[in-house]
Design a protein around this ligand. Structure first.
Ligand code: SDX
Length: 437
């Protein structure tokens, strides 16, 4: 048996079992054969936060956390960031292969054709206060797309999925730009289909009264690289949400909205915004040592540091640092970079962080670049959600094509009260003893 087996002895019964290993895992369902009696439910696996659980088989992204390796469909992220455009990488993630010239042209044309939003979206966004967080608007607007395209519910139809994938990849930059312009009280800018994906996004963000927006090519390429780096990352928190919501056969719009909601958390995609707040709180390079001691004393976390999988330098952070240099040659250096570099230098030498294998992750430097490009911190996670929409869709498509997958429905260990009788309201009040955990 090429996979091997796991031999276990149940000390409750002294019975021994030989469980088949499957690609280095055991199928949790096989644990159910370990019983204390014929009517026993059998053993279940318990894994809060899925610290050691594979939820699926996937061919999209490979990460080796100890070696700091990240590959999309087998291609190293370093090569893709250097040689590809974001839409080329988007094609790779969704189709499994790099596109030929004609495939890429058709792909770009299809997505470009779907960058417009229904005019009613402006009325929808008018319902948000000026100071509304763009991520809250982004999540709501993406979910609202499902009301414009009811046919998207036919998720098992490949042709329907293809069209909705075009729509989502095409429209998320437009939605993002609309949320940005809404916050500033600026008129919305329509997509300009003469421009590339990233240049058009910049056009919708920053075009004012000039007849034609011209993106700075260095800044446009930097944003394209950032999009490539953020496109997918295996079974992270928000992708897990995309798969879970998608497993109920919900449409891709509400599924992406749910995934974006997960991404907005400060421990996940919201970290890039939290990093800037942290750097602002530190204020200057000479205050970095005191802040590091503050964190080591258990007061908060070093935002942009640490990772569930990477126990080495996040390969994306290295590329982002290089990209930051290119951006600052155009925009002038951001003083926060000096604070970030000092924070990294100290943390990488400090036993507290070394012992816990805490290294800069993708969020540590991305926010500094976004700020140099002219974005407010509140937009940073929206900038993460745009490219990650591609990864969520690639994972969603894989889920729907996987014969092993069905509606996600984990079990639990019940630690609540045993059965007890109703208490009339006049007899309530004495706090019932909490159930034993
Ligand atoms: C992303 O999963 C993905 O792939 C995500 C992502 C993607 O592309 O989708 O890569 C994007 O979300 C990057 C992560 C962005 N988040 C942050 O930068 C927030 C700060 N980082 C931490 O919150 C934390 O590192 C996590 C959430 C990223 C990972 O947490 P884990 O794996 O659950 O680790 P843990 O919380 O159990 O920490 C282990 C120890 C603890 O100390 P002890 O209890 O052992 O004493 O390390 C400490 C933690 O307190 N620790 C940190 C720390 N991160 C972990 N201490 C200080 N600063 C930190 N950043």
């Amino acid at each position: 048996m090429e996979n091997g087996t796991l031999k276990v002895v149940d000390s409750r019964t002294n019975a021994s079992y030989e469980l088949p290993l499957f690609k280095g895992t055991i199928r949790a369902a096989d644990l159910r054969t370990v019983k204390t009696s014929a009517d026993d439910f059998g053993v279940m696996s318990y894994d809060p936060a899925f610290m050691n659980t594979a939820s699926c088989q996937s061919a999209v992204t490979f990460i080796d956390g100890d070696k700091g390796i990240l590959r999309y469909r087998g291609y190293p992220i370093e090569q893709l960031a250097e040689k590809c455009s974001f839409l080329e990488v988007a094609y790779l993630l969704l189709h499994g292969e790099l596109p030929t010239e004609s495939e890429l042209k058709s792909w770009i044309d299809a997505i470009t054709h779907h960058t417009m939003l229904h005019e009613y979206f402006k009325k929808f966004l008018e319902g948000f206060r000026l100071a509304s967080h763009p991520m809250g608007m982004f999540v709501s607007a993406v979910a609202a797309l499902s009301t414009y395209y009811p046919e998207a519910k036919n998720v098992l139809d490949p042709e329907v999925r293809k069209l909705e994938i075009y729509r989502l990849i095409g429209k998320v930059p437009t939605i993002a730009a609309y949320t940005y312009r809404h916050g500033l009280g600026f008129p919305y800018v329509y997509p300009d289909n003469d421009l590339g994906y990233t240049e058009n996004f910049m056009n919708m963000l920053w075009k004012m009264v000039e007849p034609k927006y011209r993106a700075n090519p260095v800044l446009a390429r930097a944003l394209d690289i950032l999009f490539i780096l953020h496109a997918d990352h295996e079974q992270n928190c928000s992708t897990n949400v995309m798969r879970s919501v998608g497993s109920s056969l919900a449409d891709p719009f509400v599924s992406v909205a749910a995934a974006a909601a997960a991404l907005s958390g400060p421990l996940h995609g919201g970290a890039n915004e939290a990093v800037l707040k942290m750097l602002d709180e530190i204020g200057s390079k000479d205050r970095v040592p005191a802040y590091v001691e503050h964190v080591k004393a258990g007061h908060g976390k070093l935002m942009g540091f640490g990772h569930r999988v990477y126990k080495h330098y996040d390969p994306r952070a290295r590329i982002i640092k290089w990209t930051a240099d290119q951006v600052f040659k155009v925009t002038g250096s951001n003083p926060k970079l000096d604070i970030a570099l000092e924070l990294e230098r100290i943390a990488l030498e400090d036993e507290y962080f070394v012992k816990r294998k805490l290294y800069p992750n993708v969020d540590f430097y991305s926010g500094i670049i976004y700020q140099a490009l002219g974005f407010q911190p509140a937009m940073f996670t929206v900038l993460f959600a745009i490219p990650r929409t591609v990864g969520w869709l690639a994972q969603w498509q894989e889920l729907l094509q996987d014969s092993e997958q069905k509606i996600a429905r984990p079990r639990q260990i019940y630690v609540g009260h045993e059965a007890r009788d109703f208490v009339p309201i006049e007899k309530r009040g004495a706090a019932a003893a909490p159930p034993a955990r």
